[in-house]
Design a binder for this molecule. Structure first.
Ligand SMILES: [Mn+2]
Length: 324
């Protein structure tokens, strides 16, 4: 554990001396972002502070049963804060419509595990060896010496569970399991969470998912697989982008696939690219070339172009790695 005692003490002092505290995470939130943000919210709630939570983007359906959405601000009203926590977010732009909150806060603390994080906050607790921001936040909260409630433990568990792909990715360490065991001791209900997070898809979401899966194309002796989530598929099935999860992971299940890619059509000229690597190819380095970032085995970026053109760009880019 690389956690610096001084950082934790300073965070503790900042919490104590602050009245208005804001917690935020990256836009289009995933399980780690939502779990970490809500765990910190649960932790700060009893301390009698004004705590604001803001996340840009809809909470996906499978996390909604855990979250009181009234707590999460949808728009930024320009409010100033004594202290801002930025979780699971490698740069200010990824705060989306809440990025101005950074300049409107006296002090900022960033807790993150993305290797592309360049320590932009006043206090930066960045550890890319951590499976998830949730796991790192658990260390911070534990060091602060407070006992976690079952609810806070549940949020941290969701963060770790989802960012480790159910404890299967190479970011899962023995420490991850030890911390998870402590969370279970705090009352976390493992099977119930699994059913809510993974076994609760509405049929329209599954139908949209099947269409996305049908769009898989394989290149370079099946080493590179690519699929698209288009607005057309979403509209036809009345689904939201954030609800379609697991396509990029599904492509990676193909034996020969080394890199899987999903293109998400957000607008006609805005395509988000998600990349997953099975073994040695560092997709965060490739993403950084296009202004994005992430982890060696999971990264992404945005292209201001159509899905079709972005697909050509990706196929072309991976020729370098797989082309004969
Ligand atoms: Mn994360």
């Amino acid at each position: 554990m690389n956690l610096k005692m001084n950082d934790v003490k300073e965070i503790f002092n900042l919490i104590n001396s602050s009245e208005d505290i804001c917690i935020t995470g990256h836009k289009s939130p995933d399980g780690d972002c939502i779990g970490s943000v809500m765990a910190l919210y649960e932790f700060l709630k009893p301390l009698d502070k004004n705590v604001t939570v803001c996340i840009d983007g809809k909470i996906p359906f499978n996390y909604r049963p855990f979250v009181n959405e009234d707590v999460i601000s949808q728009e930024y009203d320009g409010k100033k804060f004594d202290l801002l926590f930025i979780l699971d977010c490698s740069d200010i732009d990824r705060l989306g419509k809440f990025k101005d909150v950074f300049n409107n806060s006296k002090k900022s603390v960033c807790i993150d595990h993305h290797k592309t994080n360049d320590s932009f906050a006043d206090i930066n607790v960045i550890d890319m060896s951590m499976s998830s921001t949730g796991e790192l936040l658990y260390d911070v909260l534990k060091t602060l010496g407070q006992k976690l409630t079952k609810k806070a433990a549940t949020y941290i568990y969701i963060a770790i569970l989802t960012d480790t792909g159910k404890f299967s990715y190479s970011n899962t360490s023995s420490q991850t399991h030890r911390k998870t065991a402590e969370l279970i001791d705090l009352g976390v209900e493992v099977a119930e969470i699994d059913n809510t997070v993974y076994n609760s898809k509405p049929s329209n979401v599954v139908k949209a998912y099947i269409e996305c899966i049908s769009s898989i194309e394989l290149y370079y002796d099946n080493k590179f697989g690519i699929a698209s989530i288009t607005q057309k598929i979403l509209e036809k099935n009345d689904a939201d982008m954030g609800d379609i999860d697991g396509v990029v992971e599904f492509i990676r299940e193909i034996k020969e696939v080394e890199v899987s890619c999903v293109l998400k059509e957000h607008e006609e000229n805005s395509t988000k690219v998600s990349l997953r690597s099975k073994n040695n190819i560092d997709v965060s380095a490739i993403s950084a070339r296009f202004g994005g970032g992430g982890h060696a085995k999971a990264a992404g970026f945005e292209v201001k172009d159509t899905v079709e053109n972005t697909k050509k760009l990706l196929i072309d880019t991976f020729k370098e790695y797989f082309g004969e």
